[in-house]
Design a protein around this ligand. Structure first.
Ligand SMILES: Cc1ncc(COP(=O)(O)O)c(C=O)c1O
Length: 459
């Protein structure tokens, strides 16, 4: 008996939304319908997706940052096929697999000094949870300090480090001893650290939710305070790492030397989930501190051959194609283009970012007639204007973007790092047109406001 997934897809392609409504996440499937994201995609390559009717879409979600190298990168694909063809003995337990050793060596070569021991897992949340456990074991202290707006994952440990009410409220109480401080408030941070019981302070050097970038002196000073009070400094690079911001790690923009770094997302090259928590040998060994503790922290699929090979391929492509430099150059170009659009529309409050991690923030318009439309939308749901922009970019320009977080009027762009002049031009021109429509009371952008307000009220 044969089984062909290609035949199965061909036969049932149009059933994806009914299947999801019935068996998976009904609310998400409904939201996608409401915002016009309920496409049936048939193919993905590079920075683009194609639907079953052959329409092309520019993907600035990039799988939430997984596709830094673009979809279906030929080198990563070839390596995946090679691993399958080799029929290597995968997941032999009580083994020290070669590819894990090689990927660890390669990652260490990309790290700031002193980070030379690696733990592999499967997701960003796994990596952060590992960092928290390593910090507790190394310092014998209970507390964690994290930032307002932080996002480190949605499993219970990482959710306890989440700076957004909307993610937390259904699931409380969360971990005790995990405390929030506002970004850029060094006094608040030192108040917490000086109590002497904080294992680690964790930051995303550039925050994923909202693309908030700290003041220039904040992170270096925060690192200094951590050292002073014996607290470990963790940089969560799950989203901003792997070159996205124009440096291999985003913390390099400030010359930071964290005690622990987390990576995931595009380390997989887009194929197999993988994450890494990288720290010093001395911190790592405080967890695996005795022979009978050699597996005190582990996960079944960590170090699997496909994930390790994907990681090696992804790092090879990143270096070989000089994609980090490309992210810096294209990012500067895109930011400059968007900043020029900002000059023309008073509803754009800010265009910010580093490399190809970009946020565009909106504010209420000055015109009284437009303000009425804005206020009605914001009253129904905060951040609804940003959603209207996301919908217009999709509907009229076939560009996928996302609202930058819950209840914020920010959209986020995470283009694959392979984009060129053509894509930058497409993004800037589409955004300019959409803002032109938003500046008119009867513009197309506002056309779906009533429908969104109704959906928000019905909620
Ligand atoms: C900075 C950061 N840390 C951790 C995570 C969690 O990663 P995952 O969704 O793979 O658990 C994310 C996910 O977006 C992230 O952006």
């Amino acid at each position: 008996m044969t089984f062909s997934v290609a035949e199965l897809i061909e036969k049932r392609q149009t059933e994806q939304y009914p299947l999801h409504r019935r068996y998976i996440n009904t609310s998400l499937a409904r939201v996608q319908g409401i915002i016009g994201f309920d496409k049936i995609y048939a193919r993905g390559e590079g920075a683009y997706l194609w639907d079953v009717e052959g329409n092309r879409y520019l993907d600035l979600l990039a799988g939430y940052g997984v596709y830094n190298l673009g979809r279906g990168h030929p080198v990563v694909k070839q390596v995946m096929q090679e691993v399958l063809a080799l029929e290597r003995p995968n997941l032999v337990k009580m083994d020290c697999p070669l590819l894990a050793g090689l990927l660890a060596e390669e990652l260490v070569n990309h790290m700031p000094p002193g980070l030379d021991a690696v733990f592999f897992a499967n997701s960003g949340a796994d990596a952060v949870d590992t960092a928290v456990k390593f910090a507790r074991a190394a310092t014998k202290r209970p507390r964690m300090v994290y930032l307002d707006h932080a996002f480190h994952g949605l499993m219970l440990g990482t959710l306890s480090l989440n700076g957004g009410r909307q993610f937390r409220e259904l699931f409380e109480p969360l971990m005790p001893h995990f405390d929030l401080v506002p970004m850029n408030d060094l006094e608040a941070l030192e108040r917490e650290l000086s109590q002497g019981d904080v294992a680690a302070f964790i930051v995303e050097p550039i925050q994923g939710k909202g693309v908030y970038i700290p003041a220039d002196d904040y992170l270096p000073e925060a690192q200094r305070l951590c050292r002073k009070h014996g607290t470990l400094f963790i940089c969560d690079e799950v989203q901003a790492g792997m070159g996205r911001t124009g440096r291999f790690l985003s913390c390099e923009h400030w010359g930071l030397e964290p005690d622990i770094v987390t990576l995931s997302k595009s380390l997989s090259g887009g194929y197999i989930p993988v994450s890494a928590t990288i720290t010093s040998r001395s911190i790592h060994d405080k967890t695996f501190s005795r022979l009978d503790r050699c597996q005190v922290h582990s996960t079944t699929f960590g170090q699997n051959e496909l994930a390790m090979a994907a990681g090696l391929a992804a790092l090879h492509v990143l270096d070989e194609e000089r994609l980090i430099e490309r992210a810096a150059t294209m990012g500067d170009q895109l930011l400059a283009g968007l900043a020029a659009v900002q000059e023309r529309y008073d509803m754009i409050a800010d265009v910010r970012g580093k490399g190809l991690m970009i946020g565009i923030e909106f504010k209420a318009p000055a015109s009284l007639r437009l303000k009425a439309a804005w206020t009605a939308a914001e009253r129904a749901q905060k951040g609804l204007f940003a959603q209207l922009v996301v919908m217009a970019l999709m509907r009229d320009h076939h560009i996928l973007t996302q609202v930058g977080g819950p209840e914020v009027n920010i959209i986020k762009l995470l283009p694959p790092m392979i984009i060129g002049d053509e894509e930058v031009e497409m993004i800037v021109s589409a955004f300019d047109t959409v803002m032109g429509e938003a500046a008119k009371v009867r513009g197309r952008v506002w056309g779906q406001s009533g429908q969104l307000i109704k959906a928000a009220m019905a909620r």
